[in-house]
Each structure stands twice: as structure tokens, then as C-alpha cells.
Design a protein around this ligand. Structure first.
Ligand code: DAH
Length: 340
């Protein structure tokens, strides 16, 4: 048995000496130290040995195992590790996983939030499935007033607690009222969100799109604060050359109300199809919050005043990235999305 062990030691040394790649090394390790190796078989026969012999043979088995292991360790560091494969080349470029990215509308929304948050605004949220009360009544739309029709509302087959049909909100202005349930002036609030209108879609219109509402309520807020805020906003977003112009308009929830146009960035004001050859693009509605609306928010209109504005995020995004059809944003076509 002793000579058998010495023989194994010698065979292993010789075989390992010649080895030069990690696969062959692994095979030899199995052959000499594995469960079915000669050494393992001999270890099992230990119990049949005479008492005097057993410790000597036991020690020899251990010595042989240790020697073989240490040669294997040494060889392993020479051949570059354990493994099936050939050498691992860690200079090869990795495989890039296909993980997608933030949608351009959302990315643009983050830009808008960032600008307003730096002006001290907080971001608030509100429901998309809404009651007529919050979408219209509390915003000073009189019953049966034609202004309700201008919003092409999707009514839903769900009743509110007063038995009236609910609707998909037509604008983010509903959150003006919701937000003021839990707040007191002074406030500066920004409300980005999805809105719904039963519109025929074309290059400039979608039935589901994004708006961003903003409003400020404090003592002594004037329309000039609104103008200054909007001007600063467009310049921060588009750069110094961006200009705004204001036209009188009507919204039930603001008085006075205005519509705001921005100089067309596609043609730099010369006139192009996007701005309908006027050099200006309508981008938002705004005004001073109507005293009736302030009362509906439980705010005293004699003490406080406020301005509000609502902008179409899609329009702003299209101007920014020079996209000429709003439907591209929502089509989910990767050829479009991967450009951002
Ligand atoms: N809610 C209006 C719309 O969807 C936009 C708007 C106009 C919001 C004037 C305002 C505002 O807060 O003051 O057409």
C-alpha cells in the first residue's frame, strides 16, 4: 500500500508537470483527488489495516493529498484560474442590455419642474377621474355655460355622491381646488398631469395629453408677477432669445385672463408652418385667480390674490426638440423614441 501511494504521488507529479491549460488541470484534479480517485479508494480501505499500520498509512495518504493539492494550486495560478473556458479576456467590451429610457415628455416635464422648484414651487398631484364639481363648478364655470362645451369632455359611466356623472379631467386646474383643501396661503404650487379631451387627433392635437398647472397665492400678488414669472420661465427653458407676448382672453376661473404666445424657435420669427406663418406659437393660458375661485378655496379674496397658468407640456416639448407632430409622442414607435 505504501508503494502504491508513492506511485500515485509520482504519477500525479509527472502529469501535473506537463499541464498547461486550466481545463486539463481540472481533469487531473478530478483524477487524483476526486471522489472516484485511487486515493479515495485507498482511504476507504484504511479500516481493514492492522492497528499498527493505520497511523502510518493515514499520514502518508494525507501527505500525498497535500502535495498534489499544492502543485495544483501552483499550476492554477500559472494557467489563470479555474474554469471550463479559455482565458477570460476582461478587455472585451461588455454586452449592453436593452433597458429603454425616460420618455421625452417625462424628461421634459422634469426640466419644467426643475425650473419652478428653483423658484420655490412645490409639486402637487390630483385625480384624473374627476367630479363635475371640481373640474367645472368650483372653478367658476356656471351651469350650462358654453365654456363647458369648449372642453370636449369625456363623461364616464360612474356617478359621484350627488348622482352626477364623473368625467376624465379636461385640465389640471382641478388640482387648484384639491391642493388648497390642505394648505393656506402663501402657496406656490405646480401640478403636472395627464388630461383628456374628446378631440379629433391631428398633428397638433391628441385626446390624451399633458398639462402643467401653476399657481401662486399670497398678499399683494399682481399680474406683473405673473408676467415676470412666465418670462423668466421661458428664458430659463429656451435661452435668452425666447420672448413672450400676451393677448387678452377669457377663462371662467381667472379675471383678467390672457393667452400667452412664444416667439417661434423653429423659424426664429420669420414665419413657418409650425407657427402658421405668424412667428408666434400659443403656449399657455393664464390670469389672476377669480375671487369666486379663491372663495371656493376658503381663501379671503380681500386679503389675498393670486395668479394661475396652465401650459401644454407637449407643445413646449415639440418646440424644444423641434418635433412637428404631437402623435409621434404617443405612438410608441421606437424609431422616434430612440432619438431622445
Ligand atoms: N385650464 C386651461 C385649459 O386647459 C388652461 C389655463 C388657463 C389654466 C388659464 C390656468 C389659467 O390656470 O389661469 O385650457
Amino acid at each position: 500500500m505504501k508503494s502504491k501511494l508513492e506511485q500515485i504521488r509520482k504519477q500525479a507529479q509527472e502529469a501535473l508537470e506537463k499541464v498547461s491549460d486550466s481545463d486539463a488541470l481540472l481533469n487531473l484534479e478530478k483524477k487524483f483527488l476526486g471522489r472516484k480517485a485511487e486515493l479515495a479508494r485507498i482511504s476507504k480501505q484504511m479500516k481493514d489495516l492492522a492497528d499498527a499500520e493505520r497511523p502510518l498509512i493515514g499520514k502518508l495518504i494525507n501527505d500525498v493529498k497535500r502535495d498534489i493539492s499544492s502543485i495544483i494550486q501552483k499550476k492554477r495560478s500559472e494557467t489563470g484560474g479555474v474554469g471550463k473556458s479559455k482565458e477570460f479576456d476582461y478587455t472585451l467590451p461588455g454586452l449592453r442590455p436593452n433597458i429603454g429610457h425616460v420618455h421625452p415628455i417625462m424628461r421634459f416635464l422634469e426640466k419644467i419642474e426643475d425650473i419652478f422648484m428653483k423658484m420655490g414651487y412645490e409639486v402637487a398631484d390630483g385625480p384624473e377621474l374627476e367630479t363635475q364639481e371640481y373640474n367645472f363648478d368650483l372653478l367658476n364655470f356656471p351651469d350650462e355655460h358654453p365654456a363647458r362645451d369648449t372642453q370636449d369632455t369625456f363623461y364616464v359611466d360612474v356617478k359621484d355622491s350627488k348622482g352626477r356623472e364623473k368625467l376624465l379631467r379636461t385640465h389640471t386646474s382641478n388640482v387648484q381646488i384639491h391642493a388648497m383643501k390642505t394648505r393656506k396661503p402663501p402657496v406656490r404650487i405646480l401640478v403636472p398631469g395627464r388630461v383628456f379631451r374628446n378631440e379629433r387627433t391631428d398633428a397638433g392635437h391628441e385626446a390624451i395629453f399633458y398639462q402643467c398647472e401653476g399657481f401662486v397665492i399670497d398678499e399683494n400678488i399682481k399680474i406683473t408677477d405673473l408676467m415676470g414669472t412666465l418670462e423668466l420661465f421661458v428664458k430659463r427653458l429656451y435661452g435668452k432669445e425666447a420672448k413672450i407676448r400676451v393677448r387678452p382672453h377669457f377663462f371662467p376661473f381667472t379675471e383678467p385672463s390672457v393667452e400667452v404666445d412664444m416667439s417661434c424657435l423653429l423659424c426664429k420669427g420669420d414665419g413657418c408652418p409650425f407657427c402658421k406663418k405668424t412667428g408666434w406659437v400659443e403656449v399657455l393660458g393664464a390670469g389672476m385667480i377669480h375671487p369666486n375661485v379663491l372663495e371656493n378655496m376658503n381663501v379671503d379674496p380681500k386679503k389675498y390674490s393670486g395668479f394661475a397658468f396652465g401650459l401644454g407640456i407637449d407643445r413646449f416639448m415639440m418646440l424644444y426638440y423641434q418635433v412637428n407632430d404631437i402623435r409621434l409622442s404617443y405612438g410608441g414607435d421606437l424609431r422616434f423614441l430612440e432619438q431622445f
